[in-house]
Write a protein that binds this ligand. Structure first.
Ligand SMILES: Nc1ncnc2c1ncn2[C@@H]1O[C@H](COP(=O)(O)OP(=O)(O)OP(=O)(O)O)[C@@H](O)[C@H]1O
Length: 604
């Protein structure tokens, strides 16, 4: 059942079919009262007024209960993070100068009442860009009525946000309970849609950035329940890459892309040039994301032209020069790695993904039962990040410990499904949620044999593995992630003549030659304790712009912090004689976090 009456709509006892009735929004102001301009689909709960354009979605009982529950949970459990600085709202600053009001209403063509509704304030502050005091229009970022941050904007277009305050979406309270929402790239654009009558509008807090950490805390409560999300960001390049990341995080199926026409770069400009009706039409005409899996060259116009003009670009580098020469990485790909037990597959992959995350903000999620308990794994990651052993001591101060914990919290997750459900589908479902909620870009499955093997009736092991590899590749492509699978080889026998163990290859992986065939990257870790060298063989790189196969990179493993130091292999002179070993080793015990800014502060 849907409670239409709660919204002032009389359905005349009907509960199914489509009806027309009086619109509660505009009836009072109509000359012809009682006109049945509101169309309702009673089963779907969708209402639309053909006279005033009023749109409403009325949820059914189950949805209503779920909404209520979500709201209560959010209010009860979701404490506001306490480690951020919180500005204090000063209501006296809502007395605005005539000049500012004129700017808002006449230049920006925004509704006057929004100045009060949005608690716009005015203040003179010193801005870092000019190093001078300037008069600012202040956008106040509230959550549940509490001021979380303020963005100061001067007439000279200088900006500042409160140092140390949390970045959250602008006007976030407006979309807690709405079935749809509009996301804009600036507060003026959000106000433009509000001027046109929409309430469910937010703005990203820091313009077109690829890092969407500011949305993480709101995914479950504010974004997950949305049926339709309008992405109404700027039409320039930065806006388009923001749009792509928003679509990736929110799911293409419910997103629509809003376009403002050839002469307009954003919503406010459209409002100024063409007015509110026209702005609402941009929503009605918002473009669906093209059908997945069906493309024409036209759909690929932008990327194709970039490719045409710039050629294929190298992928993401790790900072290990010897590896980067022959292997760079892209999301949307599957990497399979192997090596004998205990030779350092996990250690090497851990460092590889930390390096990608530090350099490219590719957040990591591990399904890594091999590395349990999780604290041990986090301690290992911390050693790699800081360059220090994980215990109090010189260099590893309490402050650094806190720093590393907050970095790990922001960038690394562990998937640990309930015991008994280590199936690939269950792991990928959790990973999908993490892509949406946290923007994860790397999924590590370490190792393959800890996934529950679920053979369907009549399915051979080979078919099972092929289907699993397919699922991983598809996941990588669909969610633009780098998926890394660690797989054990079958036993490799010693050469009966010289007793030597040959190195492991992709074809040695238990179960199928398809590991090598279906992966985009194949990497083998080979540890030689006599030489004290770890050789990382790059056995396959599917695309030549990303690197070249049948190459290798050599490393010294540092047992104290678990880091791999690039080296070459050569003659090493020792007191007990010359032998092969590492030369030209690139030592690195630096704290990698030292140059990374803390989250939560955009401008001074
Ligand atoms: N080159 C090395 N020299 C010394 N110790 C190493 C080296 N590489 C890894 N180790 C240590 O060996 C142990 C096993 O490493 P790791 O778990 O990475 O191996 P793995 O190949 O993933 O093992 P498995 O096949 O059992 O999953 C770890 O304690 C690690 O610190």
């Amino acid at each position: 059942m849907r409670n239409f009456h709660q919204h002032g709509i009389d359905t005349r006892g009907r509960t199914s079919g489509k009806i027309k009735t009086i619109c509660p929004q505009c009836n009072a102001t109509r000359g012809h009262k009682g006109n049945k301009s509101l169309s309702i689909d009673l089963e779907k709960g969708v209402c639309y007024c053909h006279h005033c354009g009023y749109k409403l979605y009325v949820p059914d009982d189950a949805e209503e209960r779920e909404r209520q529950l979500r709201k209560e949970q959010y209010n009860r459990a979701n404490k506001l993070p306490s480690h951020f600085r919180r500005p204090v709202f000063d209501p006296t600053r809502t007395n605005l100068s005539e000049k500012l009001e004129r700017y808002w209403t006449q230049e920006r063509c925004l509704a006057q009442h929004l100045l009060a509704d949005l608690h716009i304030t005015e203040e003179r502050v010193k801005l870092p860009e000019s190093n001078e005091e300037e008069n600012c229009l202040c956008f106040n970022y509230f959550e549940r009525g509490i001021l979380i941050n303020t963005k100061y904007r001067s007439a000279r277009k200088h900006f500042m946000m409160v140092k140390g305050a949390e970045l959250i979406p602008y006007n976030i309270d407006a979309i807690l309970d709405s079935p749809e929402c509009i996301i804009t790239e600036g507060e003026f654009d959000a106000a433009a849609f509000m001027t046109a009558g929409r309430k469910d509008v937010i703005s990203v807090p820091a313009g077109a950035q690829n890092n969407l950490n500011w949305m993480d805390r709101f995914v479950e409560t504010h974004f997950e329940p949305k049926k339709l999300i309008y992405i109404a960001v700027d039409e320039d390049n930065a806006g388009q890459s923001l749009s792509q990341e928003l679509v990736r995080r929110l799911g293409a199926d419910r997103c629509r892309l809003v376009h403002f026409g050839p002469e307009c770069k954003d919503a406010n400009e459209h409002l100024v040039k063409y007015g509110v009706e026209s702005l609402l039409i941009t929503l009605a005409q918002a473009e669906e994301i093209p059908l997945e899996g069906v493309f024409t060259a036209e759909d690929r116009q932008d990327t194709l032209r970039t490719l045409f003009e710039n050629g294929l670009q190298k992928g993401a580098e790790t900072g290990w020069k010897n590896l980067d020469e022959n292997c760079t990485f892209e999301t949307g790909r599957l990497l399979v790695t192997t090596g004998r037990p205990g030779e350092g597959k996990s250690e090497f992959i851990d460092e590889l993904v930390l390096r990608l995350c530090l350099r490219h903000e590719w957040k990591i999620s591990f399904f890594s039962p091999e590395n349990m308990p999780m604290d041990y794994h986090l301690a290992k990651l911390s050693e790699k990040l800081t360059g220090h052993a994980f215990r109090p001591g010189p260099g590893m101060t309490d402050a650094l410990y806190n720093r590393v914990v907050s970095w790990l919290t922001a960038n690394v997750t562990h998937i640990l499904p309930d015991a008994g459900s280590y199936t690939v589908d269950c792991i990928l479902e959790k990973a999908r949620q993490l892509v949406r909620r946290r923007g994860v870009r790397i999924l590590v499955i370490d190792p393959l044999n800890r996934i529950d093997q679920q053979l369907e009736a009549g399915q051979t092991e080979l078919q099972y593995i092929t289907s699993l590899l397919n699922k991983l590749s598809r996941f990588a492509l669909q969610h633009k992630c780098l998926v890394i699978l660690v797989a054990h080889p079958r036993k490799v026998n010693r050469n009966p003549l010289n007793g030597e163990l040959r190195r492991v290859e992709m074809n040695d992986i238990n179960g199928s030659a398809n590991f090598g065939n279906m992966a985009d990257f194949c990497i083998t870790v080979d540890r030689n304790d006599a030489k004290e060298i770890v050789t990382v063989y790059i056995d396959k790189v599917r695309f030549k712009h990303l690197g070249s196969a049948n190459t290798c990179a050599k490393f010294v493993y540092n047992r104290i912090n678990g880091r791999y130091w690039p080296c070459e292999e050569g003659i090493v002179h020792r007191s007990d004689g010359d032998r092969l070993g590492p030369t030209n080793t690139v030592h690195d015990n630096e704290n990698w976090l030292k140059n990374i800014a803390e989250e939560g502060c955009l401008f001074d």
